[in-house]
Design a protein around this ligand. Structure first.
Ligand code: ZN
Length: 265
């Protein structure tokens, strides 16, 4: 028994913790036709440049990818990917996700775990580039029927279904926050970096800064009530953790941030 306890305490002592680095990857650039789509009655007819980010995190226990962006296939489309609704975003892929991972020296099979904020095409475009990577997704999102009742993900993709928040590595450094509203199982991510400090990655809990300031709820969101509650949850998290909010699609903000291969530590 004493021996067994000894072994257990040694393995507990060896459990590695903490985030070492965070890279922001270019996962798409686009133009929104009419941003009143994201805040009804405000800025009618006004177009805006959007960006789309993925975030690659080096944790002591392995690599973690947050969102996968627009499909890399869009890089080969000269006119980009046009939306059905002209008010929405026409997306381009100036750089592929694959090429940015390669530049950092990470192979898709090196990525131990991943999560997507939600299942819109600008976030799940490259999930199957990582067929063996454990995917963390809310059950409400996973079970949400797609077009023609299609499943949101391939059945064979390894998955951990969540019902609420999840401390991914068990050390509080990477926490998935359940923030439904944009979609039924939307989620955001709280990351604790050793020097930069705490950051909340928004997903599409909000799309750009003025929408955050005004609590604008996009026309097509799944639930207005849940969206507002999730925005409040993010605001409370920012206050409690003294965290910054990095808004995925906000070009003006991202233009102030370092892109891969530079990183935050
Ligand atoms: Zn989006």
């Amino acid at each position: 028994m004493a021996l067994l306890l000894g072994v257990l305490s040694v393995s507990a002592g060896q459990a590695q913790s903490g985030v070492e680095k965070l890279y922001i990857l270019n996962c798409g650039e686009g133009v929104a036709g009419d941003i009143s789509r994201w805040s009804p009655g405000v800025n009618e007819g006004k177009s805006m440049d959007f960006v789309d980010n993925c975030y690659l995190i080096k944790h002591a226990q392995g690599w973690f990818l947050w969102d996968t962006g627009i499909s890399d296939a869009v890089a080969a489309m000269p006119n980009g990917l046009a939306p059905a609704d002209p008010k929405a975003v026409t997306w381009h892929r100036p750089k592929t996700l694959a090429s940015q991972l390669e530049q950092i020296g990470v192979k898709p099979s090196d990525i131990k775990a991943m999560a997507v904020s939600h299942t819109h095409p600008d976030h799940i475009g490259n999930v199957e580039m990582f067929p063996t990577t454990m995917l963390y997704v809310q059950k409400a999102e996973y079970d949400w029927p797609g077009a023609n009742d299609q499943p949101r993900f391939k059945k064979e993709h390894p998955v951990t279904l969540l019902e609420g928040d999840r401390d991914v590595f068990g050390d509080g450094s990477v926490t998935i926050l359940s923030t439904p509203g944009h979609t039924p199982g939307h989620q955001s991510l709280l990351v604790k970096l050793p020097k930069t400090g705490e950051i909340v990655l928004s997903g599409d809990a909000v799309h750009f800064k003025s929408n955050w300031d005004n609590r604008g709820v996009p026309v097509n969101n799944f639930s207005k009530e849940e969206t507002l509650a999730s925005m409040q949850k993010v605001a409370d998290t920012l206050a409690k953790e003294k965290a910054q909010l990095w808004i995925n699609h906000d070009k003006a903000q991202r233009d102030t941030l370092k892109m891969a291969p530079e990183f935050y530590d």
